[in-house]
Write a protein of this length. Structure first.
Length: 184
C-alpha cells in the first residue's frame, strides 16, 4: 500500500535499522496486523522494542493496524501471558474483541478523514481513550480508530480493501516531520 502511494519502504529487522549513531533513520513506521503477542516477542528478541518505543515517543509518525494498534496501546485489557505493549498511545484496547476469524467482515465506516472501506479480522476495540486522543472512527458504538499526535491506531485492515486514507495520513505526517509527539 505504501509503495503504491510513492513511499520508499524498508523492513525493520533490528534496532540498528531504526536508530543508528546519527539518530532515527526512518521517517515513519507501520506496525502491521498479525498476532500482537508474537510481534511483541519478536520486537524484543531482535532488539527493536525499546528503540521503537523511544522513537515513537519522540514523535516518529506511526500507524498501527489491528495487532499494531494493540502494540501501540498504553494498556491491553486481555494481554497474553508476558505480553508487553509499547505504551505510546494513551488508550486501552481489548484484543480480538470483534469476534473470531469467522466473524471477519468488510464494511464501510465514516471516519474523520472521510468514508472508508475496511476489513475487520479478529479485530481489537478501544475500550478507553485518553484526554489527548482523537477518535477517528467507530463501528456500532465501539471505537475502532484513534489518533494522538502523529500516532494512529486502527482496528482494521485498510490494505485488504485498497483503502489508502490512513496510509496517506502516515505519509503526510512523515513529510511534515516528527512533530506532535504523543503526551506521556
Amino acid at each position: 500500500m505504501l509503495e503504491s502511494l510513492g513511499a520508499q519502504v524498508a523492513p525493520l529487522r533490528s534496532g540498528d535499522d531504526l536508530v543508528g549513531p546519527d539518530g532515527v533513520r526512518v521517517d515513519a513506521v507501520l506496525l502491521p496486523g498479525g498476532e500482537s503477542s508474537t510481534i511483541d516477542k519478536l520486537l524484543r528478541m531482535f532488539g527493536l522494542f525499546e528503540p521503537l518505543r523511544t522513537a515513537i515517543a519522540a514523535g516518529l509518525p506511526a500507524l498501527g493496524t489491528c495487532a499494531g494498534l494493540v502494540l501501540l496501546a498504553r494498556e491491553v485489557d486481555d494481554r497474553a501471558p508476558g505480553q508487553q505493549s509499547l505504551g505510546v498511545l494513551d488508550v486501552t484496547v481489548r484484543r480480538n474483541a470483534l469476534g473470531s476469524q469467522v466473524d471477519s467482515a468488510e464494511t464501510e465506516l465514516e471516519s474523520t478523514l472521510g468514508p472508508v472501506r475496511v476489513a475487520f479480522i479478529r479485530a481489537p476495540i478501544v475500550t478507553r481513550v485518553g484526554p489527548d486522543v482523537e477518535v477517528l472512527a467507530e463501528r456500532d458504538g465501539q471505537v475502532v480508530a484513534v489518533r494522538q499526535g502523529s500516532v494512529t491506531g486502527i482496528s482494521f485492515h485498510p490494505e485488504l480493501t485498497g483503502e489508502p486514507v490512513f496510509h496517506r495520513q502516515l505519509l503526510a505526517d512523515a513529510v511534515s516531520g516528527r512533530v506532535n509527539p504523543p503526551a506521556n
